[in-house]
Design a protein around this ligand. Sequence first.
Ligand SMILES: Cc1cc2nc3c(=O)[nH]c(=O)nc-3n(C[C@H](O)[C@H](O)[C@H](O)COP(=O)(O)OP(=O)(O)OC[C@H]3O[C@@H](n4cnc5c(N)ncnc54)[C@H](O)[C@@H]3O)c2cc1C
Length: 247
Amino acid sequence: MDVQLLESTADPERLICQAARNDYMEEYVADTPFEEAMASMGGDSLEDKQETLIHHLLDHGHFGPFEHPHATFAVKGISRSCMAQLTRHRHVSFDVQSMRYVSFDDVDPDDVHDGEMVVVPPSATDPDWVGRNQQSGQVDEETAAEREELYRETIANSFDAYQELLEKGMPPEDARYVLPIGTKVNLVMSMNARMLMHVADMRAAADAQWEIRDMTERVLDLAAQWCPITFEYYDEEMHNRKNRLAP
Ligand SMILES: Cc1cc2nc3c(=O)[nH]c(=O)nc-3n(C[C@H](O)[C@H](O)[C@H](O)COP(=O)(O)OP(=O)(O)OC[C@H]3O[C@@H](n4cnc5c(N)ncnc54)[C@H](O)[C@@H]3O)c2cc1C
């Protein structure tokens, strides 16, 4: 999996502060120099004042100003299963790589066996992995090895069948039905900073599945570089508290 920040609002925390100060100022925010709009906030430097205001907003659940800055992420190589979880979030905009127009006709099933086109979950390879909904607990090494081979063989076979169906004239949009739900996909997604925190509340939580959790942690790392005061505070004070931003 790979996650990168493609585009984002240039100075997100200035925008958050401008929007928030708008609510409590008599003057028109667009005509007020930023330093003047922030003058009544505690702190020596402008950055300190931004920190004071942003912490105050997050602490008091005033999340509206965080809806103004937007970020767009590119995500590579998550499973279609993970994508189905992610795309349930209705305030995130998506573009998803098509399996109608992109056909995987030149993929070598041996490479699929090695994990190229389909995500191989840690539970398929790690004998000690204990999944959240696991019924049987840990298994011995022999069973773990059989499990891994069964998984790898099955995904390779499904790509084999897919390619044979294409060769027999089936269109990619229909032949794809035989591919596993673990098949990798690339997508682009955009959301505002408030939604990013909501997605993180739900998907970086302990009860989320490992894959979407991993993806969300990567998004949070990028968010901390993009919008540092907000997401450092989120990490320290809000991370792992479920559904904090749901009304
Ligand atoms: C651990 C886990 C297990 C899950 N298991 C299942 C499952 O078994 N089956 C399943 O179907 N889903 C499952 N989900 C998905 C979950 O039910 C939500 O659909 C998904 O997480 C989207 O989040 P959200 O409801 O906060 O909505 P979002 O689309 O992220 O919207 C954000 C917020 O906006 C508000 N909102 C958005 N749209 C509406 C609306 N139409 N009406 C009122 N308020 C709205 C809500 O306050 C919502 O919290 C699971 C999620 C998690 C994290």
